[in-house]
Design a protein around this ligand. Structure first.
Ligand code: ADP
Ligand code: MG
Length: 278
């Protein structure tokens, strides 16, 4: 039987993002804590609504240890609101961890960075393998979309919902805010592919450790120039050369030189770290 709004009670509002509000909720029948994301679809066009539906259907299929679990959706037709019910990630998101460290003048540990690297890569592998052999590209890999559960394990979230609601292909709409993680192929108006997700993954891991993105500029034109050149500082010296190297390989201008998911996971250092996680 499909869920209804009455099956849940709202505990608190977590936050309002660009596309809706996230609330922490409790399922009445068993007390399970979850979240729902409320999105108004009243002002969407027919085709936007279609995309939203297909995106939600896709979410439903993605079941993986390191991907935010989707449970259900409720459509309130009188108010034109869709509620997307998901796993609650108690540990918050990486954006908050980055800004807290920046504020406190501290850094995440090397082990934590490797753990995020490995688990985010595993989540991406699942995305890229999906959809009848056709890859699902995340396209919006950024610290705010990487959540942590109660045990600080990665849960990749926010699949394409952003993209659905701003479905134009223009960069301005793909990226809300400064597109720090934009890959060189996007800068050059070439098409997005699996390796573009690897670039973003590298940028995100870099920022997690360095507390600043690899490429920064005060305007988009300068940012694009820097991305095309592809040079950026070494990670702060408390991080190992191995970590710097693997992240550096992900942030390579030449697409064919960038590692695939499988080659990241096959890397000997990654394998050693992965064994120590399990
Ligand atoms: P944004 O546009 O900022 O990504 P969201 O609607 O995705 O907005 O998220 C709003 C707030 O809710 C953010 O603080 C985000 O960290 C939090 N949030 C989103 N999804 C979850 C979740 N599954 N578990 C816990 N917190 C979440
Ligand atoms: Mg979000």
């Amino acid at each position: 039987m499909p869920s209804t709004l009455e099956d849940f009670e709202v505990i608190t509002t977590i936050g309002t993002g660009s596309y809706g509000t996230c609330k922490k909720i409790r399922r009445k029948k068993d007390g399970k804590v979850m979240v729902w994301k409320e999105m108004e679809y009243g002002s969407m066009t027919e085709s936007e609504k279609q995309m939203l539906v297909s995106e939600v259907n896709l979410l439903r299929e993605l079941r993986h240890q390191h991907i935010v679990r989707y449970y259900d959706r409720i459509i309130d037709r009188t108010q034109a609101i869709i509620y997307i019910i998901m796993e609650y990630c108690q540990g918050g998101d990486l954006a908050s961890i980055i800004s807290r460290n920046r504020k406190d003048g501290t850094h995440v540990s090397e082990d934590f960075a490797w753990k995020i690297l490995i688990q985010a890569t595993l989540a991406l592998k699942e995305c890229h393998r999906r959809k009848n052999g056709k890859a699902v590209l995340h396209r919006d890999l950024k610290p705010a979309n990487v959540f942590l559960d109660a045990d600080a394990n990665v849960k990749l979230g926010d699949f394409g919902l952003a993209r659905v609601l701003h479905h134009e292909h223009s960069l301005a709409q793909t990226y809300v805010g400064t597109p720090y993680y934009m890959s060189p192929e996007l800068v050059n108006n070439q098409s997005y592919n699996e390796k573009s997700d690897i670039w973003s993954l590298g940028c995100m891991l870099y920022e997690l450790c360095a507390l600043a993105p690899p490429f920064t500029a005060t305007n988009e034109g300068d940012l694009k120039k820097k991305i095309r050149i592809g040079q950026f500082p070494r990670l702060p010296t408390q991080y190992s050369l191995e970590l710097d190297m693997i992240i550096r390989r992900m942030i390579q201008v030449e697409v064919s030189m960038r590692p695939s998911i499988d080659s990241i996971l096959a890397d000997s250092v990654v394998q050693r770290k992965q064994n120590s996680l399990n």
